[in-house]
Write a protein that binds this ligand. Structure first.
Ligand code: HEM
Length: 224
């Protein structure tokens, strides 16, 4: 007979979401390093940015046609639901969610938006170094330099959001013994009620989305 605990192990994150997350973390770290390492590393920095753009566009597509927990409709909730959740956090009785909770959902949207701004400003910006971003020629020199300044400030904002994101995950881990971090590796979470997290979509669909967006990004940076 199976142990009772396994009866409540439910799949919450599909493989594409987990790969997206950890690749994103690695690439953001690599971009940080290569962006600071001098002009010689700008080619690496730009390829890392293209890879991040590919991941982001993939995740946006997956937010519409991916597994139920990955879909925006499942975790982007209105102000009412977010406020109710926030109140429950202050009362120290937050409702447990298998996917993203309402506040976590808004943090995910903020991270995706700031990351998108980061790659778009990277594509359009230029400073007075030898490196020229692929879309910088579409703008005047002054506008492009201004966008490079935005690129730098937006990165600081990204670091703040990532700091809050990691702090929230660690708080769940320490205060509530929540296994959300483990779930980002294994895809599986413990459900106290035994409810399902919804439908998981086959990975080939993710490969299809990834191929389309990768070709789109390649075309953008080589043909523009
Ligand atoms: C550059 C750094 C990071 C970025 C940009 C980032 C971004 C994200 C994004 C976009 C998601 C949503 C996943 C999805 O629905 O596709 C997410 C979820 C998550 N991240 Fe991160 N993350 C970063 C670092 C970390 C680190 C260092 C940890 C570990 C401490 C972590 C733990 C998690 C966990 C546990 C979730 C799932 C949250 C939940 O269950 O609602 N992240 N992250």
């Amino acid at each position: 007979m199976k142990p009772a605990a396994t009866a409540h192990q439910v799949k919450v994150w599909d493989m594409p979401v987990r790969l997206f997350h950890w690749l994103l973390l690695g690439l953001v770290g690599f971009s940080w390093w290569s962006g600071d390492a001098g002009d010689d590393h700008m080619v690496w920095h730009s390829w890392s940015g293209y890879a991040i753009l590919t991941l982001l566009l993939f995740r946006i597509g997956w937010g519409f046609i991916g597994s139920d927990t990955a879909r925006f409709v499942s975790f982007v909730r209105g102000p009412g639901a977010s406020f109710v959740y926030l109140r429950s956090v202050f009362k120290r009785q937050p409702k447990a969610y298998l996917g993203h909770n309402p506040l976590g959902g808004w943090m995910i949207m903020a991270l995706l938006a700031v990351l998108l701004i980061q790659v778009v400003t990277g594509l359009l910006g230029s400073d007075d170094s030898d490196y020229e971003a692929p879309l910088a020629h579409l703008l005047s020199h002054d506008t492009s330099s201004f966008i490079t300044t935005l690129h730098a400030y937006n990165f600081d904002l990204l670091l703040i959001l990532v700091g809050l994101h990691v702090a929230a995950v660690l708080t769940h881990l320490v205060m509530r013994r929540d296994d959300m971090l483990k779930a980002m590796f294994t895809g599986v979470k413990t459900s106290l009620t035994g409810e399902s997290a919804g439908r998981m979509v086959p990975a080939w669909r993710a490969l299809l989305v990834l191929t389309v967006v990768a070709l789109g990004v390649y075309a953008l940076v080589t043909l523009a």
